[in-house]
Design a protein around this ligand. Structure first.
Ligand code: AHM
Ligand code: MG
Length: 333
């Protein structure tokens, strides 16, 4: 008998009844992200036909050239959550400041989101994604002061990503493992397709922009040389898979084993990726799937952002491959 289901909505309903951590309001927000993802999947598929390719001519808060789909994706996500009454504030890659939505007591979550990850792929039909996370407001936190809110220990309640590729898949976790749901475009529902994702401890892939190889530390260059030659980290030569979209590269590494690296380079002395809405959510998912995520030294989820667009180096994926890099760095190469 072919199995079908459960839908994202039913899965969350069942989980809410079984897991106190998953409040009904948080389940509702994850379903809302699914709705926004359906709208984005549709627009991304037809962007070339409706004039949504190309640049808008502005730069985003961290200086990236903004694509039309970046702006559209941000508008869709912000409008999806603004009137839920459950979100106190929104931090987005595309918004200069934290956007206060509501400081009512029912608005207990802060959304940190990269509405469209992998923007360099939009005009070449490459995979792109959305990265999202919901922080539970800290008791003493004031949602208009992000430093207090996050320094006060706002807890990461749920995080995930949506990959808009040959299929549209949402992978998320509320702290109870990582599960993937594939969008059935004909039915209009996300259906459980990848239950309890387990990241292999090592794998045949590594994802990095080798155009920056010259700017990396000797330890890192030596580590990558070993990956290519089949050294101790994997015992066999690794293949480079780097798509320009963190979501797509990490999805591969979570399912089949591998490591994604975005180290510091001369253009990005503290790394390129943003801690709050790219690295922390992806680190949460990686750890829930049995993987690891560091900044090259410290656990990403132990880092506290001093500002909403703060960047960090990112090393994420199979735990034994990260262990091997750390052992090499500790030995000094
Ligand atoms: P973006 O969110 O503006 O697209 O930037 C993040 C992206 C990652 O998804 C991807 O892995 C990386 O930037 C690619 O950067 P580069 O082109 O420097 O290799
Ligand atoms: Mg991004």
């Amino acid at each position: 008998m072919t199995s079908y289901g459960p839908t994202l909505t039913r899965y969350l309903g069942d989980a809410h009844r079984g897991t106190p951590r998953l409040e009904a309001e948080l389940a509702e927000l994850i379903v809302e992200m699914g709705t926004a993802a359906k709208a984005l999947a549709r627009e991304i598929r037809r962007a070339a036909l409706v004039g949504r390719l190309g640049l808008v001519g502005e730069k985003n808060p961290t200086g990236d050239a903004q694509k039309k789909l970046d702006v559209y994706s941000n508008d869709v996500v912000v409008s999806a959550f603004e009137d839920t009454g459950l979100v106190a504030a929104i931090v987005s890659e595309e918004l200069e400041q934290l956007r206060v939505v509501s400081c009512a007591s029912a608005a207990r979550y802060i959304l940190c989101v990269d509405p469209l990850d992998g923007s360099s792929n939009t005009d070449v039909n490459g995979s792109v994604g959305s990265i999202f996370s919901f922080y539970r407001r800290s008791a003493e936190g004031d949602c208009t002061d992000v430093e207090t809110e996050f320094a006060g220990g706002a807890e990461l309640a749920a995080a995930g990503y949506v990959m808009y590729g040959p299929s549209t898949i949402m992978v998320f976790s509320h702290g109870d493992g990582a599960n993937g749901f594939t969008l059935d475009h004909d039915v209009g529902e996300f259906i459980l397709s990848h239950e309890a994702i387990q990241c292999p401890p090592r794998g045949p892939y590594f994802s990095a922009n080798l155009g920056n190889y010259h700017a990396w530390s000797d330890d890192l260059r030596g580590f990558v040389d070993d990956l290519i030659a089949g050294g101790p980290a994997t015992g066999r030569p690794c293949s480079l898979r780097y798509t320009g979209a963190l979501v797509a590269d990490l999805h591969r590494n979570l399912l089949e084993g591998g490591i994604y690296l975005y180290p510091p380079d001369e253009n990005h002395p503290r790394g390129k990726l943003r801690l709050l809405y790219e690295c922390a959510p992806m680190a949460f998912i990686a750890e829930q799937a049995g993987g690891r995520a560091t900044d090259g030294a410290d656990r990403v989820l132990d880092l506290t952002p001093a500002s909403i667009h703060q960047t960090t180096p990112l090393f994420i994926g199979s735990r034994e491959m990260l262990d091997s890099f750390e052992r090499r760095a500790a030995r000094g190469g």
